[in-house]
Structure formats: structure tokens, C-alpha cells
Design a protein around this ligand. Structure first.
Ligand code: ADP
Ligand code: MG
Length: 328
């Protein structure tokens, strides 16, 4: 149970007793050429709902590796233990369930932000919502395929009837003595028809995607997710930066966008990999305040860091040492 009050005056919500995320005896070995590099050697961690855990470890101890495994961004060795979320092993989930886990159950924050440079702040923040929307079966997706097939078929038919007709007319096939020559001409014409059909189908898909994108941006669900993302970004002090590209932002602002992106689908758990590792002390403290505020609202957090002064902000600090989690 967390009883302490943060020195930054954020009330720490009490930790519930239910376990939400478990790493059970995890092993992870990287292979470098012919050399095996064991990084995790039976690491176990149990995360309670509402808890803020800091995993403290020196550089190269395997903190990012552990977090990637918790977030299903990487997998453990064969027979190298398991990660479970709400009692269900990730390995036993279907591919779609795992996609949903990454997209909606957890949010991931990286040390180096990993924002998409060509997207502005709002679109970076919205990205997980776009992914979520695209996961749901919709008539849009069906329409895209039907549209692509129709355009492809129409183009092939047009090609065969309009373009190849004059070729056929000018071709006195009776002059081709050999059946092999006749077959050759027919096969070439059919191949060209097929090729143009495939190209047209590609163009059709592209056009349908563009139309889909246009319609999507006009839809009520897009407006709703856009409003939610804007509110989140504004609450993170980014209201005046919504149309800016990441390259136009400070490090602290970029990390705020990255945290908003991680939270936009209301995940249960935030996985933060040295979230202040690239920031100066003051900006880092502001980011930690922001994370603490999310925690006080009930968010479960697993944060890895090499810095004891940062780890102390969490409810519980565990150590990653020699590939294992040690409680001190
Ligand atoms: N993809 C990889 N291939 C090979 N070795 C890796 C890979 N990722 C990490 N490592 C190695 O595993 C060890 C732990 O890395 P990492 O989890 O990034 O540590 P930390 O985040 O604690 O600094 C390091 O020695 C690192 O060089
Ligand atoms: Mg790391």
C-alpha cells in the first residue's frame, strides 16, 4: 500500500490489491554473431493495479529489455518464462488480442520520444487512436477492397476491349503459321491485360484509401478522438504547439507529446523507459510531476531508470541486478 504523499503534493492513490501485470521468471538472451549474451536470467516482477514501480539498474543491466518484454515489443527466450496481463499470458493471446494489448492496455514512453517527424503534435498524439480505429472491422475496409477490385477489373476490361481491339484488328492472325506464334501473341496480350489490371487495382486501392481517409476525418468518431487528444495535449501544456512538428519542440515538449500519445487510448499501465533520461533536471522534474499526476488519477506505472533520485518518486523501487529483480 502506498501511504506516502509526494513532496510535489500530488495525492498518491492507494494501490489496489489485484495484480495487473506479471513477469514470471523471464529469460532473454541476445545472440551477437555466434556469441550468446544473456541479459535477463529469470527476472520476476509483480505489478499491482494502481502501483508505481521503479526498476532501478545500471546502464546495460537489461532495463529496456525488460520493459520491451512487458510491453510485448519483444519476446522472451523459448521456455524463458512468461508475461501475463490481468491473469492472461501474452503468449496465449491471439495476434489480435496482442495488438489490442499493445494499443489499448499499455502505453509506452521511450527515452528518445520516438515521435514521427513528419507528423505534427496532434497527429502524433492521435496515432494510437488511428490504430485503434483501424483495428475495428468496418465497412470502410470492405469498401477499400471492393473498390480496388472493381477499379482493377474495369481497367482490365477497358484495356482488353479498347486497347487490344485495334491490335487484334491489325493482326492478321492467319498469317501466323505456327500455333506457337499464335499462342505467344495471345499470352502476351493477356499478360499485359493482367498487368494493367494489377496496376489499376493498386491505383484503385490508393484512391479508396484517400477517400476513406477523407471520409474518416469527417466522421463523428474522428471528431471525438480528435477532441479527446486535443484536451489531453492541452492539459499537458501543449495547446499552443498542436500544429508544430517535433523538430520545432523542446525535449520536454516532445516527451509531453510522447506521454500524451501513450495515454490517448486510456491504457491501464504506463511503461516508461528512462522518461527523463534525455532531459535537464528541471524539465525532467516537470515530466515526473506529470507522470505523478497520472498516477494519482489511478494509472499503474512501471518506470525504469538508472537514477536513484528519480526512482524515489515511485511507490516501490526494485533493482535489476545480474538479470534478476531484487527487492531491497
Ligand atoms: N537487440 C540487441 N541485440 C544485441 N544485444 C542487445 C540488444 N539490445 C540490447 N542488447 C544488449 O543487452 C544488454 C542490455 O541492454 P538494455 O536492455 O538496453 O539495457 P539498459 O536499458 O539497462 O541500459 C546490453 O548489454 C545491450 O548491449
Ligand atoms: Mg535502456
Amino acid at each position: 500500500m502506498a501511504t506516502k504523499t509526494s513532496e510535489f503534493e500530488f495525492p498518491i492513490k492507494s494501490v489496489k490489491t489485484s495484480t495487473i501485470l506479471v513477469a514470471d521468471n523471464i529469460s532473454k538472451t541476445y545472440r551477437l554473431g555466434r556469441v550468446d549474451v544473456p541479459v535477463l536470467k529469470g527476472a520476476s516482477l509483480e505489478v499491482k493495479e494502481g502501483e508505481w514501480i521503479a526498476v532501478l539498474g545500471s546502464s546495460g543491466s537489461g532495463k529496456s529489455t525488460l520493459l520491451h518484454l512487458l510491453g510485448d515489443l519483444d519476446t522472451a527466450d523459448a521456455k524463458g518464462g512468461k508475461v501475463s496481463f490481468n491473469g492472461q499470458s501474452l503468449a496465449e493471446m491471439s495476434r489480435k488480442e496482442r495488438d489490442q494489448y499493445r494499443n489499448q492496455s499499455i502505453g509506452f514512453v521511450f527515452q528518445f520520444y520516438h515521435l514521427l517527424p513528419e507528423l505534427n503534435v496532434i497527429d502524433n498524439g492521435l496515432l494510437p487512436s488511428f490504430v485503434k480505429a483501424s483495428m475495428n472491422p468496418s465497412w470502410f475496409r470492405l469498401a477499400r477492397w471492393v473498390g480496388a477490385i472493381l477499379v482493377g477489373l474495369t481497367a482490365s476490361t477497358l484495356y482488353v476491349s479498347l486497347l487490344s481491339a485495334p491490335i487484334w484488328a491489325s493482326l492478321d492472325i492467319s498469317q501466323l503459321l505456327w500455333w506457337k506464334e499464335r499462342l505467344f501473341v495471345i499470352v502476351i496480350l493477356l499478360l499485359v491485360a493482367l498487368g494493367s489490371g494489377v496496376i489499376a487495382a493498386g491505383l484503385g486501392t490508393f484512391l479508396c484509401l484517400e477517400v476513406q481517409s477523407l471520409l474518416f476525418r469527417k466522421s463523428a468518431s474522428y471528431k471525438e478522438m480528435h477532441k479527446h487528444a486535443v484536451q489531453l495535449l492541452e492539459s499537458f501544456g501543449l495547446g499552443h504547439r498542436l500544429k508544430h512538428k517535433p523538430s520545432e519542440l523542446s525535449g520536454g515538449e516532445r516527451q509531453r507529446v510522447a506521454i500524451a500519445r501513450a495515454l490517448v487510448n486510456n491504457p491501464k499501465v504506463l511503461l516508461a523507459d528512462e522518461p527523463t533520461g534525455n532531459l535537464d533536471e528541471k524539465t525532467g522534474a516537470e515530466i515526473l510531476d506529470l507522470i505523478a499526476k497520472q498516477h494519482s488519477n489511478g494509472l499503474t506505472i512501471v518506470m525504469v531508470t538508472h537514477d536513484p533520485a528519480i526512482a524515489i518518486r515511485a511507490d516501490r523501487v526494485v533493482h535489476l541486478h545480474d538479470g534478476r529483480i531484487v527487492e531491497k
